[in-house]
Design a protein around this ligand. Structure first.
Ligand code: GAL
Length: 589
């Protein structure tokens, strides 16, 4: 074991000095250090205390907090407070609120009450970020910066406000240049939906029946780009004021914006891991499954996101908020089994996390999250998570150095594919995240290490098998890389099913040059209706009729082609159930 100045793995916690009397800060800092924590994140919701009224800045308390925490030996992650604009901001910009898809304003009184497209609010964010950067950008105690907090949380990516509408029209004009080009790309001749000018274009909501899928896709792309732009406003300011790494804390199962694009402007991806909350709140597993794992969380869900965010962070990633006990926001909020907090922490390290930070230091006795556990109880006595964190801190010190091993399997995960199948599911149980997650789970059952990569990846040479289930469109760059790929690529169901404009490709799906396989038609299946495969297992939710001259690898019991392909490329004509996936992937791998 070699001696390193900087430990390879560190722990941290999320702390809100503004919630506690100042006399408490040094006591807290000392205990954090004694527990073995290295990092403390502060500031991300503190705007109303940093700027009491427009321009009336109140640095004193933050200066003291930084000094006390830093002097105790902690490194600070400074959050920009832009997820919680103070009430006075609304007086300045009454039109800065986001609007929901029914056209109602999303009002003040909780958090994230802003529209990503509002240019005035963006300027305010640049201003407060600059002020913070100027004050703490070269402070030796500040070791990292977090932009905002959980973009997209509480369904905030899509906004139907007036600023979003103006922004959307400008975005469309830039993309299409003329209404004629837009009409063609969207197929607006259908139902006489043609536009004569960009000013006529509205949001794809509140229409009599479903809106045009191409229109919806562009609105989702625009909304995602607004998150990217919003984040960039802050990174551009901070880059000039600090050398510390910039990061953002993403969430679990959040698909509304392209995380790979946001990640391009940051140095580290972090995410907020709440295994028990997610199982109750974000899993479409059965009640029996939820009961079985209620105190541990879904065994694959955290791992999936660790692998995803490793890629979003271009190799560098952390858990910024680790669940330390019961949360408050899921339909049911059980306590983790003893040892789970430690296990979750080690699981993250095993997937390559540099830091795991617990949310939050002390349970707060007031406001919305008073029922959310911390490492300490509200009376400052230790909660069960504290001892587990302390144990990991000791174990980290004793741990030998380990090598990072390159995964040999990759799954391509595309946010636009999630939007495409949300827009046009064709069967109510066709959910892109679930499809990809089923493949991921099956690969994990085979004991494999997996990378989750972007459709824009330029290099597959490290991998032996690359899977791209449900990738709605195979970008030409990926098609080129695939051409030279020496391993096995597994496509389908629904891979290559659309053009970027969300139309059926001229050559018919899957539309892969040199691969003679055509999807003749598709059908979605009700729950309980399966297509049995001759070799075992079934297709569920989705089955396609395929034909062509590519070799047939597997049939359905009825004699239709289930899998076609060469040694380099397979196409799956349906959504395999657990049994079929296990068999198919173990053959492939
Ligand atoms: C996260 C959020 C935190 C806190 C936490 C509670 O989503 O970033 O601010 O609300 O959830 O679990």
């Amino acid at each position: 074991m070699s001696c390193k100045a900087e430990p390879l793995r560190t722990l941290g916690t999320c702390y809100y000095p503004e919630h506690w009397p100042q006399e408490q800060w040094a006591i807290d800092a000392k205990l954090m250090v004694e527990t073995g924590l290295a990092w403390v994140r502060i500031g991300e919701f503190a705007w109303s205390r940093l700027e009491l009224n427009p321009g009336e800045l109140n640095w004193g308390w933050m200066d003291r907090a930084v000094e006390i925490l830093g002097a105790a030996g902690l490194k600070i992650i400074m959050g920009t407070p832009t997820a919680t604009p103070p009430r006075w901001m609304l007086d300045k910009y009454p039109d800065m609120l986001a609007f929901d898809d029914e056209g109602r304003p999303r009002k003040f009184g909780s958090r994230r009450h802003y529209c990503f497209s509002h240019l005035g609010y963006r300027q305010e964010c640049a201003r407060i970020t600059r002020l913070l950067g100027e004050r703490y950008g070269s402070n030796p105690f500040v070791g990292a910066w977090q932009t905002d907090n959980e973009y997209g949380c509480h369904d905030t990516t899509l906004s139907y406000s007036n600023s979003a509408l103006l922004g959307f029209r400008a975005w469309l004009r830039e993309k299409y240049l003329t209404p004629e080009a837009l009409n063609l790309a969207w197929g607006n001749v259908f139902w006489s939906m043609e536009y004569n000018s960009f000013e006529q274009i509205d949001f794809p909501h509140l229409t009599v029946t479903e809106a045009n899928p191409s229109h919806i896709m562009d609105f989702k792309r625009f909304s995602s780009d607004m998150v990217v732009e919003f984040n960039r406003v802050q990174t551009e300011v901070l880059r000039g004021l600090t050398d510390a790494p910039l990061l953002h804390n993403y969430m679990g199962r959040t698909i509304e914006f392209d995380h790979f694009k946001v990640g391009q402007d940051l140095d580290i991806a972090t995410w907020d891991s709440y295994p028990l909350g997610f199982l109750e709140d974000r899993s479409n597993q059965s009640d029996a499954y939820k009961e079985k794992f209620m105190s541990q969380g879904d065994p694959d869900f955290q791992a999936f996101h660790h692998d995803l965010y490793r890629s979003v962070g271009k190799g560098r990633w952390w858990v910024m908020e680790q669940q330390p006990g019961p949360v408050n926001w899921a339909p049911f909020n059980p306590a983790p089994l003893p040892g789970m907090v430690r296990l979750w922490t080690w699981e993250a390290f095993a997937h390559g996390a540099e830091t795991v930070s617990y949310f939050r230091w002390r349970q707060v006795p007031f406001a919305q999250e008073q029922m959310h556990a911390g490492l300490l109880r509200p009376d400052s006595e230790p909660a069960p998570g504290l001892a587990e964190a302390a144990k990991v801190a000791l174990e980290i010190k004793q741990m030998p150095e380990v090598d990072v091993k390159q995964a040999s399997i990759a799954i391509v995960f595309g946010y636009q594919s999630a939007w495409a199948w949300e827009t046009q599911p064709q069967g109510q149980n066709f959910d892109y995240f679930s499809l990809v997650f089923d493949f991921y789970r099956a690969l994990r059952k085979l004991g494999l290490s997996i990378d989750i990569i972007s459709p824009d990846c330029q290099d597959l040479s490290e991998y032996k098998v690359v899977l791209m289930p449900g990738l709605f469109h195979v970008p030409s760059s990926l098609a080129e890389v695939l051409n030279d790929f020496k391993g096995l690529a597994i496509l389908g169901p629904r891979t290559g099913a659309k053009t970027l404009d969300m139309q059926i490709p001229k050559n018919m799906p899957p539309n892969i040059a040199g691969f003679d396989c055509i999807v003749d038609y598709v059908q979605s299946l009700r729950p309980g209706v399966d297509v049995t495969l001759a070799k075992g297992g079934s297709f569920i939710h989705w089955a396609e009729k395929i034909s062509g001259s590519a070799p047939v690898r597997e049939l359905t019991q009825a004699g239709d082609i289930a899998i076609m392909g060469t040694d380099k490329l397979w196409y799956l004509a349906g959504w395999p159930d657990e049994v079929a996936l296990q068999r198919i992937l173990s053959d492939a791998c």
